[in-house]
Design a binder for this molecule. Structure first.
Ligand code: NAD
Ligand code: IPM
Ligand code: MN
Length: 361
């Protein structure tokens, strides 16, 4: 199998974790006789520094010519004073909208080996396995008009959804739920206040009629934030709009033990976009402290959704579990007070996973 992958490493820890993901992909390619070609491209702060824009046209065109895009992270504190449209994050939002993927899958799994890393008690997290389906191209992120009028001291953003936008992402979430053992879908909204959410709920109920095997429930986003922490095992597929999904998926890092563990895949557009959930982590960038597991699990999603290599994706996911069970920890998941843990760097963690992947391929 041949795959051309746009490599959008980005800023901060982005390049550090992306390299570890690529190493694992290369092992899969070497053992299976696959050809993965990488096209390194600038995005975010790195692109602003080189070309004055967070998404150069060359990056966009070259990515559109690839089969998949693997992104590290964008953002740096030095751009904090820029307007939203000029910041590194604008490059990410633009490429998301140009690639067209609207269904952002963000799995959050409670690993047994990390049970003591979560601030939640092990009996709360044990067995938790949630698939967030975050709508990625609508809502407040892209709604017009938007402005900060410094003259009048008034700023506004607009939350907009069309029924079609809700329906297409809901169908993907229901398709996923119908294939999972629990077959449950929780739709999260703010239907007690927002018209967008009332329409969201209406459309989800319409789509639900086509999926009689899936149990559907609706939750308001504010109480969902606490239900997720109190009883994460009760959730299976969680479908929600763009901003709510952004917030709840970061929150789910608590279930897993670290934001650095979470992968994502964005489907439904011209080119699938794969990125870990975490950001550029300027506080630890360049120190070899970043946890590459989120990026490595993202590589597994590339294999699953863009290469149809399910067995290899599973080998990567299992290798991560084995490394955690052997006690290896980057600093975000290390606990000095627990015996049997070995603290490792980003590269060491990448190598440990790679060794186990190579042994199983
Ligand atoms: P962040 O996710 O970068 O970091 C939050 C906290 O989690 C930090 O303490 C960080 O050290 C830690 N962390 C994150 N990833 C980690 C990893 N792999 N290993 C170990 N620790 C990790 O969020 P933030 O600090 O709010 O944002 C920093 C910048 O990243 C901002 O510019 C933001 O816009 C950007 N951002 C980008 C993306 C993306 O490109 N997909 C996602 C989120 C945030
Ligand atoms: C994420 C990030 C992005 C988002 C930012 C950096 C634009 O937080 O991927 O979760 O809000 O979608
Ligand atoms: Mn986020």
């Amino acid at each position: 199998m041949k795959l051309k992958i746009a490599l959008l490493a980005g800023d901060g820890i982005g390049p550090e974790v992306t390299q570890e993901a690529v190493n694992v992909l290369n092992a899969v390619a070497a053992s299976g006789g696959h050809t993965f070609e990488y096209v390194p491209l600038l995005i975010g702060g790195a692109a602003i520094d080189a070309h004055g824009t967070p998404l150069p046209d060359e990056t966009l065109q070259a990515t559109l010519a690839c089969d998949a895009a693997l992104l590290g992270a964008v953002g740096d504190n030095k751009f904090n004073k820029l307007a939203p449209s000029e910041r590194p994050e604008a490059g990410l939002l633009k490429i998301r909208s140009e690639l067209g993927g609207f269904a952002n899958l963000r799995p959050a799994v409670a690993y047994k080996a990390l049970a003591d890393n979560s601030p939640l008690r092990p009996e709360i997290t044990e067995g938790a396995d949630i698939m967030f389906v975050r709508e990625l191209l609508g809502g407040l992120y892209f709604g017009q008009p938007r402005q900060w009028d410094k003259q009048t001291g008034r700023a506004h953003n607009t939350m907009v959804y069309t029924q079609e936008e809700v329906e297409r992402v809901a169908r993907i979430a229901f398709d996923i739920a119908a294939k999972r053992p629990k077959r449950k879908l929780t739709s999260v909204d703010k239907a007690n206040v927002l018209e967008c959410s009332q329409m969201w709920r209406f459309v989800v109920d319409q789509v639900a009629k086509d999926y009689p095997t899936v149990t559907v429930e609706h939750q308001l986003v504010d109480s969902m934030a606490i239900h997720l922490m109190n009883r994460p095992r009760d959730f299976d597929v969680v479908l929600t709009e763009n901003l709510f999904g952004d917030i709840l998926s970061d929150e789910s890092g608590v279930i897993t033990g670290s934001l650095g563990m979470l992968p994502s895949a964005t489907l439904g557009g011209k080119v699938n976009l794969y990125e870990p959930v975490h950001g550029s982590a300027p506080d630890i960038a360049g120190q070899g402290k970043a946890n590459p597991i989120g990026a490595i699990l993202t590589a597994a999603m590339v294999l699953r959704f863009s290469a149809n290599l399910e067995r290899e994706a599973k080998i990567i996911e299992d290798a991560v579990v084995k490394v955690l069970e052997a006690g290896y920890r980057t600093s975000d998941i290390a606990r000095g007070d627990i015996a049997g843990q070995t603290k490792v760097s980003t590269m060491e963690m990448g190598r440990l996973v790679l060794d186990r992947v190579e042994a199983e391929l």
